[in-house]
Design a protein around this ligand. Structure first.
Ligand SMILES: [Fe+2]
Length: 275
């Protein structure tokens, strides 16, 4: 019964939000048609970067949880231009990253292998469906009940370090990351034996039992799934996007940090912080 009430409330909230959003878009089209056209063009380019485009993806981007990514599409397109001639590969291998960046990632992996991350987090995480802990956030070190000194080092490329934990049979919805100032590096910490724990970026699936590392542009629609009875501990790292002018890209990341401080709750509302 509780679940039914919750679902009904959720449905009503979604309907109200949808009506407000439609009215807002119609008003913008009427009063500021040039601005609306600009946003439609930026959004069309941005969403077209996904593979396997269908009506569901388009609806999600323009009217669902992709709206913040659409709103930020002009900025993200600017990031694509600023980082030229480094074309956005969307999905990366470690060797695609700058030579100075690769040792930083490898250093984190060595730390993870030496640390007992799973043991340290398990007692708190096992009671929660989906949890996360940040060690570094946009360059700022975060102190927790569990600290890893190696994560608090100053890096040239690494800006954010955290661990996300999915308990058994826990998955996210399809969603879009908001910003392309950084790339996301994922590394699954605990050994997974089943193919049913993976990340899916449209038609590309990375099964953690086959490849522990996955690097991608998370503004593409993606989904993390754990359809097993085992928990999944995943290190997530954001690195400054490769560019000819690292200093400028780093300034953009700092600017984003200031804005994200106010908006973080929107993007991490489904997660319980471990602290
Ligand atoms: Fe995500």
């Amino acid at each position: 019964m509780d679940k039914a009430i919750f679902e009904e409330k959720r449905r009503k909230k979604f309907l109200i939000q949808s009506v407000i959003w439609f009215v807002f878009l119609l008003s913008l089209s009427y009063f500021l048609p040039a601005l609306m056209l600009f946003y439609v063009l930026c959004g069309a380019y941005d969403v077209s970067r996904n593979s396997d485009i269908d009506g569901r993806l388009l609806y999600r981007y323009f009217f669902g949880n992709g709206v913040p990514t659409w709103a930020l599409s002009p900025f993200n397109i600017l990031m694509d231009i600023v980082t030229l001639p480094y074309i956005n590969k969307k999905i990366y291998q470690l060797q695609d990253l700058p030579e100075e960046c690769q040792p930083e990632i490898n250093e984190l992996l060595e730390i993870v292998k030496q640390e007992k991350v799973v043991d340290e987090l398990a007692s708190r995480a096992e009671k929660i469906r989906r949890s996360m802990i940040f060690f570094k956030w946009y360059g700022n070190n975060i102190d927790n009940f569990y600290n890893v000194p190696g994560f608090h080092k100053d890096f040239k490329y690494i800006r954010t370090i955290g661990v996300s934990v999915f308990n058994k049979k826990e998955s996210t919805d399809e969603h879009f990351g908001p910003l392309r100032t950084t790339l996301r590096v994922l590394y699954n910490i605990n050994d997974i034996t089943s193919r049913d724990t993976y990340i899916k970026v449209r038609n590309h699936e990375n099964h953690w039992c086959e490849s522990k590392m996955f690097i991608f542009d998370d503004t593409l629609q993606h989904r993390s799934l754990n359809e097993t009875d085992e928990p999944r501990y995943c290190l997530f790292v954001d690195i400054v996007r490769p560019s000819k002018c690292h200093f400028v890209m780093d300034l953009f990341v700092k600017l984003v940090a200031v804005i994200m401080q106010k908006m973080n709750h929107i993007f991490y509302s489904s997660w319980v912080p471990l602290n």
